[in-house]
Design a binder for this molecule. Structure first.
Ligand SMILES: *Cc1c(COP(=O)(O)O)cnc(C)c1O
Length: 401
């Protein structure tokens, strides 16, 4: 695998060292280790010259404070970008990135397996602005060349897809763009920059729902956008004009979460794999969707481009032929879990379970109706306890089928 995090071009330092030392300046904060929460709108200037010529590091709350700069600097180093901007949620990071690279008359190519609100933003909002969206099969690879038209200005990926876990061949997609100025945006929430480096593989912009792995404790909403030198000015401009901002408390929580990201990812990875392998051996489970498993359809791509895997994966169960029975069986399974919580989002210390309802969520590569897909986020409970909870749940499912 060629994209080991320890090989980042950010310098000789390992990613663990970056995470512990990057984006904080105790010497500027009376020796205090963590950058404090700076609440600011007005920032005072010592004189007219400083005010007019902006020659001090901070000028106005919305334009950044040490609380925001801390996280921006850290994520920029991790992603090997030119610069980063922070937003109040993952979806605002995605919409800001898209708005930065399209204009009226343009076309966006969006992966069919994208996060549903990303689709809604394209179909609902960009469409109103005169930007059309075309969807592509997540496994299209070099075949995307046929979809690239003269108005294509952006291609958006989410690799792997956060419900169906297809890996997208980013280098092949970049290659298919030839010398066209097409912005490739990647939602990198699943792998984090520790395990996947989109800007190194041909993307221009990497976005994160920082809400998930960065915050890591299910207690804040957060988004990040990191771009290369070519697209960072556009991101800066759109972010500024839309007045996007991440509050200082949320920046603090994200910075604090990121200090332990490397060890949390390792734990999530090994626990998720243990549970995934156990599920793969269960008689009721038809398929486990986890790209780090050799059985996964995109495992080779995963091995080529990723250096590790995340907390989130899916699995398929059989569906009863009588309508209604399946829903009852699903409820029998999910409603009585003792450890897995039922809820949106993921990335926290606690495990979660969610049925993936994809009927309306895909258009060019529909999800088969006879496949019941369940998504798990594996947290830090004892793995055997989690397996016990799943085993009891699967027994309930089977009995209710
Ligand atoms: C959750 C999520 C988002 C959106 O993040 P929010 O912070 O909830 O707005 C975007 N992409 C992926 C892959 C996600 O899982």
């Amino acid at each position: 695998m060629n994209k080991k995090p320890n090989n980042t071009s950010a310098g000789q330092l390992s990613v663990e060292t970056l995470l512990t030392h990057g984006g904080r300046w105790p010497e500027d904060q009376f020796g205090i280790v963590n950058t404090p929460v700076y609440r600011a709108s007005t920032v005072l200037h010592p004189n007219l010259d400083t005010l007019v010529n902006h020659n001090q590091p901070y000028t106005y709350g919305r334009r950044g404070t040490p609380s925001t700069r801390s996280v921006e600097e850290l994520i920029t180093k991790l992603e090997n970008g030119k610069g980063s901007r922070l937003t109040s949620s993952g979806i605002s990071a995605i919409s800001c990135a898209l708005m930065s690279v399209v204009k009226n008359g343009d076309e966006v190519l969006l992966v069919d397996s994208a996060y549903a609100p990303t689709r809604q933003f394209c179909d609902g909002y960009l469409a109103k602005m005169g930007v059309t969206t075309k969807y592509f099969d997540p496994r299209i690879g070099a075949g995307i060349a046929e979809l690239i038209g003269k108005n294509t200005s952006a291609i958006m990926l989410e690799s792997p897809a956060s419900h169906t876990f297809e890996i997208q061949d980013l280098p092949a997609i970049r290659k298919a763009c030839g010398d066209r100025d097409i912005a490739i945006i990647v939602d990198n929430t699943w792998a984090t920059p520790l395990y996947y480096q989109p800007l190194q593989l041909g993307a221009d912009i990497s976005v994160h729902a920082g809400t998930k792995m960065f915050v890591g404790h299910s207690d804040a909403m957060f988004g990040t956008i990191t771009a290369n030198a070519k697209f960072f000015p556009a991101i800066e401009q759109t972010h500024g004009l839309l007045g996007l901002f991440a509050g200082p408390d949320d920046c603090y929580l994200a910075a604090r979460g990121m200090r332990t990201l490397a060890i949390r990812m390792k734990e999530h990875e090994s626990r998720a794999l243990e549970v995934a392998k156990w599920l793969e051996g269960h008689e009721l489970v038809e398929r486990v969707l986890h790209p780090a498993l050799p059985s996964h359809q995109d495992h080779k791509l995963f091995q080529r481009d990723f250096s590790g895997s995340g907390s989130l994966f899916g699995f398929c169960l059989p569906v009863a032929s009588t309508p209604g029975v399946s829903t009852k069986a699903l409820a029998a399974f999910i409603d009585h879990m003792k450890l897995f919580g039922i809820g949106y989002s993921w990335g926290g210390f606690e495990s979660l379970i969610l049925p993936s309802l994809l009927d309306k969520a895909r258009t060019v590569s529909p999800w088969p109706k006879d496949k019941r897909l369940i998504r798990l986020h594996i947290g830090f409970e004892g793995v055997q306890d989690l397996i016990g909870d799943l085993e009891a749940g699967l027994n309930r499912y089977k009995s209710a089928l």
